[in-house]
Design a protein around this ligand. Structure first.
Ligand code: ZN
Length: 348
């Protein structure tokens, strides 16, 4: 029998003090308050995240990067790039953010098919590169977790869907030449950090395993849902991952102040339901790692919806919005991916 859905957090997330900054302490407080008020909370297995080990971090980061973040916190704080603040509590918070993602993966794989979960910490991770903190991110939590799965837990193929509105450039770069981690990103372009064009497809044996799906400003549910259903899901049926991870940012929401996309609460529910349904179809676990989302009321609501949708029976036929028409951007993406994934069109 599959264990209860897992929800991982750690109080150190509340000690990463960024001050007057969109990526602020309140984000985690509202998520915890919103979940506490949700009726489903009782069935979630609430877990205090362990700290990541240096050996976990150093599968994707340089030792000098880890040391730089540690030293900045030790010194009482620093600004590592124009957007990225470190306070005295930030190194410990970042260790638990990465450690939570690793523990999520460990529990997902121990629970097997049907196991679901969410790792909700700050700082977020997907902009952090091997050697650089950027875009509010210190360590790349989802990448650390995916590499833990392949290096330590015997997983041969991981699919990461990044639906944060910003391109996950750090994750993109870390798996650029890898064919065991398929990275698919839906993001607004133009927008920070400016990378993630459709032509960026990976290199060497990793070519075709980086799938960038840029969308224009004002893209809403119809675009995002169709790209998940008509591109990411067929890709997954070709790639056959043993683990699904979602870099779950909520800043594509219409209420978000940092981008111009128009996804609604129902859009995120539909995307979650599709990925939950995909996990059931492939008989693999699925878990979310928190990225962005900067309107705090929206963030609390949407994480709670995601948790409830993951925990529900995987019957996406009953979820509103999953039956929209195929979007033109999805048709174009499938054509672009055909040389690498010849079966993609028949796998819809
Ligand atoms: Zn973002």
């Amino acid at each position: 029998m599959t264990a209860a859905p897992v929800f991982l957090s750690h109080e150190s997330s509340l000690h990463h003090d960024t001050g007057q900054h969109p990526e602020r302490i309140r984000r985690i407080e509202v998520i915890l308050e919103s979940l506490a008020g949700a009726p489903e909370t009782s069935v979630y297995d609430r877990i205090d995240s362990p700290a990541a080990r240096f050996s976990d971090l150093e599968r994707v980061h340089s030792a000098s990067h880890v040391e730089r973040v540690a030293a900045a916190a030790e010194a009482g704080g620093a600004q590592l790039d124009p957007d990225t603040v470190v306070s005295a509590g930030s190194f410990v918070a970042a260790l638990h953010a990465a450690g939570g993602a690793v523990e999520l993966v460990r529990r997902l794989l121990a629970g097997g098919s049907g196991q679901v979960g969410f790792s909700a910490h700050r700082p977020p991770g997907h902009h952090a590169t091997a050697d650089r903190a950027m875009g509010f991110c210190l360590f790349n939590n989802v990448a650390v977790a995916a590499r833990h799965a392949t290096a330590a837990l015997g997983v041969e193929r991981v699919l990461i869907l990044d639906w944060d509105v910003h391109h996950g450039n750090g994750t993109n770069d870390m798996f650029w030449e890898s064919d065991d981690v398929l990275f698919a990103s839906i993001h607004q372009l133009p927008l920070y950090p400016g990378s993630g064009r459709a032509s960026e497809l990976g290199r060497g044996q990793g070519r075709g395993y980086t799938v960038n799906l840029p969308v224009p400003p004002r893209s809403g549910d119809d675009v995002f849902i169709s790209l998940v259903r008509d591109v990411v899901m067929p890709l997954a049926r070709c790639f056959m991952p043993q683990l699904l991870l979602i870099s779950a940012g909520y800043d594509a929401h219409a209420d978000d102040p940092l981008a111009q996309c128009l996804v609604t609460d129902d859009g995120f529910i539909a995307m979650t339901a599709l990925m939950r349904g995909l996990a059931a179809e492939l008989e693999v676990p699925v878990g979310c790692v928190l990225e962005g989302g900067y309107d705090v009321d929206m963030l609390g609501r949407c994480v709670t919806h995601t948790m409830a949708t993951l925990a529900a029976a995987p019957d996406c036929a009953t979820v509103a919005g999953t039956d929209i028409p195929t979007h033109e951007l999805a048709v174009l993406a499938r054509e672009r991916l055909l040389p690498f994934w010849p079966r993609i069109s028949s796998a819809t």
